[in-house]
Write a protein of this length. Sequence first.
Length: 120
Amino acid sequence: MDYNSRITVLVHKGNKIFYHDFSDLRADEHQWILEIGFERMLRSNPSQLFIVSNIKNTKINDHSKQLVEGFLETLHDKRIGIKNAVFGLSAVQRVILSNVEKNTFFAADLDEALEWLTNS
């Protein structure tokens, strides 16, 4: 599968937003999107990142959680701000993600996520 197509840059209200589409993937496929996405985001040399992720009908495993934690630590070390929104969550996924990234916004859909990222 070409995971590159699952990572796109959206522009909403003049803001560049990295969109990660994890929908309908197995947990072991997440690492490819995470690694490709992290590399692209860091290469953009940001002072602040806006990220939205679709995790509808997918699973999250410990390895994915560890990759995200490592990326967040890298952002902190580089003093890069982050605003993160996700949609398509199950109740269990929401609990897991809320423990990884305290400032994540849980949106109902992409439109709500984009509005939150660009208005708050």
